[in-house]
Design a protein. Structure first.
Length: 271
């Protein structure tokens, strides 16, 4: 039979660090199935990590989800385990990284502060809790450890939360904001295509919208994919990677074209 699932997300990059953490987990839970979600979260970008984790977990089997984007490593921030209603356990720092994913899994029902040093590696550094603390605890949980044994329970309401922007329909248009900018410069926007369609009717290819970003106004077509417009041409589309609205420029960067950053307000109106 397949072993227990541990998914793993971090801002560690492509070096040896993720492999070292995997080695720690396999030394404790040798039959675990380890799934790397990504280790290319922008450095220190807790918000990006929370978004990417929340978008991924609903597609995974019930399991242990280890997430480490931890600019406060070694400080008083709490290491925690969060139990979600679906049955999953999320392991990581209490800095807002975990609760958006827990909501995607039915909501956080219980939480514990990780304090049982018998579960850690023999030496715990001040700067590498991903290896010395979070990885071994995730492995022990995947092996069947009762989460009550990781440390004292904490009030779910005391956990650091992180709320992502939401889209709002107003005066015939959709007020939204940038949730994530990917490595191509495409921007994931708050809201769903269905919300835009409820204002504008069917999102047929070529349907045109006025996109307002600050003082800038530009007419942008709705298209199914990037190649439906010429190089250097912007488009609105359904971002299948992140299940929502996206704005892109074919073979170029929408972030550079429109001056987009996280939380930049964007208004979309049918023409």
């Amino acid at each position: 039979m397949a072993g227990p699932l541990i998914s793993f997300l971090s801002d560690f990059g492509s070096g040896s660090t993720p492999a070292v953490c995997r080695g720690v987990m396999w030394s404790i839970a040798p039959d675990a199935r380890l799934l790397d979600l990504t280790h290319d979260v922008r450095q220190f970008a807790v918000r990006d990590g929370a978004f990417l984790l929340a978008r991924a977990v609903g597609y995974l089997p019930v399991g242990v989800h280890l997430a480490v984007v931890d600019p406060g490593v070694g400080t008083a921030r709490r290491p925690v385990v969060v139990h979600a209603a679906r049955g999953d356990l999320l392991v990581g720092p209490d800095n807002g990284l975990l609760l958006p994913a827990a909501r995607e899994l039915g909501g956080a029902t219980d939480a514990w502060e990780i304090a049982n040093r018998h579960l850690f590696l023999p030496h715990v550094s001040s700067t590498f809790h991903g290896r010395d603390l979070f990885s071994p605890v995730a492995a022990h949980l995947a092996g069947g450890l009762d989460p009550d044994r990781v440390g004292p329970g904490v009030d779910v309401a005391s956990l650091v939360d992180l709320r992502l922007p939401e889209a709002t329909a107003r005066d015939g248009g959709l007020d939204t904001a940038v949730l994530l900018i990917d490595r191509y410069g495409n921007a994931r926007l708050a809201g769903q295509p269905a919300e835009l369609a409820s204002l504008a009717g069917p999102l047929t290819p070529g349907r045109r919208f006025r996109v307002s970003i600050g003082e800038r106004r530009e007419t942008v077509p709705w298209q199914a994919t990037f190649g439906e417009v010429g190089p250097g041409t912007p488009l609105l589309y359904e971002d299948a990677d992140y299940d929502g609205l996206g704005i892109a420029v074919n073979q170029a960067s929408a972030a550079e074209r429109f001056g987009l950053e996280l939380d930049t307000p964007v208004r979309i109106e049918p023409v």
